[in-house]
Design a protein around this ligand. Structure first.
Ligand code: PGA
Length: 253
């Protein structure tokens, strides 16, 4: 039986919303926490970088954590358009997503770069949410487990531990498509990820492993209660407070 870990439900807002909507969404979540019964999970939102300050203000004093969607490997320097982990920490971020499949695909990020980004986040005292997941071709070829294991091994920095690292399993073909793996498929992959974590890290048993890819209020009760699923990384559904809240409430408390 897997060890009990407080789940984390993280909203990946991607390149969506303008400042007013982002602040309103953050305020809506804070109000729900103040007035409703709190979900049994931790909550995190990851807005676009330009909205971090405004959302940080909206979340101030609340238990909702703030995260970013990417960081550079260096602390500072001549890297036009990039943002360092130090800047994110300075903006109030406690988490940063690294190696999301959209960054791996759109920006050619490989495991070695993702590992360096995770390390940069760790050096600033932040938690890295390291994303892994197979493409449809890789799943159809029966290579899901090998692909995910290789990505995980390549992307995990040496200093990774439960206190500074979260893993997100996100099948590429499930992201934004409305399609999800079966609960049994998710359980199989998460169990393998857990094995790797236990083998590599002293406290690998308590590293959170999130599932991501088309999670919605309808499928959350099933997906969020799969063994070794310790919460979710939510894209589209995190842009609607009602849906994000319903997913959070579906996590075992
Ligand atoms: P989705 O995205 O929930 O819209 O499928 C998840 C993600 O990419 O993190």
């Amino acid at each position: 039986m897997a060890q009990r870990v407080t789940p984390l439900v993280a909203g990946n807002w991607k390149m969506n919303l303008l400042r007013r909507d982002a602040v309103a969404l953050a305020c809506d979540l804070v109000t729900r926490l103040q007035t409703g019964s709190a979900p049994g999970c931790d909550l995190l939102v990851c807005p676009p970088a330009v909205m971090l300050h405004a959302v940080a203000e909206a979340l101030a004093g609340s238990p909702v954590a703030l995260g970013a969607q990417d960081c550079h490997t260096e602390v500072s320097g001549a890297h036009t358009g990039d943002i360092s982990a130090a800047m994110l920490a300075d903006a109030g971020c406690s988490h940063v997503i690294v190696g999301h499949s959209e960054r791996r695909a759109d920006h050619g990020e490989d495991d070695a770069l993702v590992r360096e980004k995770a390390r940069a986040a760790h050096e600033q005292g932040m938690r890295a949410i390291i994303c892994v997941g197979e493409t449809l071709e890789q799943r159809d070829a029966g290579n899901t487990i090998q692909v995910v294991e290789a990505q995980l091994n390549g992307s995990l920095p040496l200093e990774a531990a439960a206190a500074n690292t979260v893993i997100a399993y996100e099948p590429v073909w499930a992201i934004g498509t409305g399609r999800t793996p079966t609960a049994a498929d998710v359980a199989e992959v998460h169990a393998r990820i857990r094995d790797v974590l236990v083998k590599r890290l002293p406290d690998g048993e308590t590293v959170r492993i999130l599932y991501g890819g088309s999670v919605n209020p309808g499928n959350a009760p099933e997906l969020m209660t799969v063994e070794n699923v310790n919460g979710g990384l939510i894209g589209g559904a995190s842009l609607k407070a009602d849906d994000f809240w319903a997913i959070a409430r579906a996590c075992p408390g």
